[in-house]
Write a protein that binds this ligand. Structure first.
Ligand SMILES: NC(=O)c1ccc[n+]([C@@H]2O[C@H](COP(=O)([O-])OP(=O)(O)OC[C@H]3O[C@@H](n4cnc5c(N)ncnc54)[C@H](OP(=O)(O)O)[C@@H]3O)[C@@H](O)[C@H]2O)c1
Length: 278
């Protein structure tokens, strides 16, 4: 089968079509990897049900419909973490699940063990995407459960490739991944805003500051990816002796910027580990 074709054979349910669930549906539709007939969604409120059905042109329910469950190959669980076990219990209670089906959960902190306990012997994949998935520039890391086979992983890869780049790691890394790429966009926004504040302080209009800083961040990130050079090497290459870059860098070091950012990731990892029990 051609790369990207596995998903076309699948019927997909998105349980919890909120910010992330809708981003995934839109991404899969835009990438041509699913058709509107082959995807359905569940939300909690009638407002969301009406809005999403109109916006995406798919079937949206407020309860889990047994006839749909019976025909579904892959369930994407995109509710808040504290709702996941309740949703899995409802799926099991329907007695309609295909034995060969797959559950993919994006809930932060909810472990594969928690999911496999609710659905014994079912194929499970845990995924950690991030919000740039909304513009198909996301990062997703996948971790396989104990009953997940290669073809299940292929399905999950194709889902998340439709909204960005995908890596596969052992589940023990997922709290760290949550802290790095899951929460990461927020750290970058804060850094972007701080640099723009500096630009405003030295006289640039704020809208220009945001454009210059965000494009500089994009360019610097692409330099790391395209050259494969260590960031420290790239930093040294733009640091002229007695120049302004080294003045800025030493000022940042005085503020302990490295350990502050690194410790922030460590703290977020600790918090991520507790989310599934909240
Ligand atoms: N946002 C991120 O950056 C990010 C990144 C990675 C992973 N995640 C994970 O993604 C998950 C969803 O986050 P989100 O930001 O997309 O949340 P969200 O926008 O609040 O979406 C949650 C959705 O779940 C629906 N829902 C609530 N109770 C339900 C139930 N019992 N059955 C079915 N659907 C139900 C809600 O319906 P209504 O609209 O009707 O209320 C809503 O559509 C979380 O577990 C989070 O940990 C989020």
């Amino acid at each position: 089968m051609e790369n990207g074709e596995t998903l076309k054979q699948q019927r997909i349910a998105v349980i919890g079509a909120g910010v992330m669930g809708c981003a995934l549906i839109k991404g899969m539709l835009a990438a041509g990897r699913i058709t509107r007939d082959n995807v359905w969604a569940v939300v909690a409120t009638s407002n969301s049900q009406k809005r999403i059905a109109e916006e995406l042109g798919i079937r949206v329910y407020r309860d889990l419909p047994v006839d749909e469950i019976a025909q579904t190959d892959t369930f994407l669980i995109c509710t808040k973490p504290y709702r996941v076990v309740q949703v899995l219990d409802q799926l099991k209670a329907s007695k309609a699940l295909k034995p060969s089906g797959l559950v993919v959960s994006i809930a932060a902190g909810t472990t594969i063990k928690q999911i496999e306990t609710a659905l014994p012997n079912y194929a499970v994949i845990r995924a950690m995407p991030n919000t740039p998935s909304l513009i198909r520039a996301g990062v997703t890391v996948l971790a396989a459960g104990s009953h997940s086979q290669d073809d299940h992983m292929l399905v999950a890869q194709e889902i998340f490739q439709s909204v960005g780049k995908v890596w596969q790691l052992d589940e023990r890394h997922l709290d760290a991944v949550t802290a790095v790429s899951g929460s990461g966009p927020a750290y970058i926004y804060l850094i972007l805003e701080s640099l723009a504040d500096g630009a405003v302080k030295v006289g640039l209009p704020r809208d220009i500051a945001f454009q210059l800083v965000s494009q500089t961040m994009l360019g610097a990130a692409m330099m790391v990816q395209d050259t494969g050079k260590h960031p420290a090497t790239l930093k040294d290459e733009v640091t002229t002796p007695a120049g302004c870059t080294i003045s800025a860098l030493l000022t940042m070091e005085d503020g302990r910027i490295r350990s502050t950012l690194a410790r922030a990731v460590e703290e977020a990892t600790r918090t991520a580990a507790g989310l599934g029990n909240a």
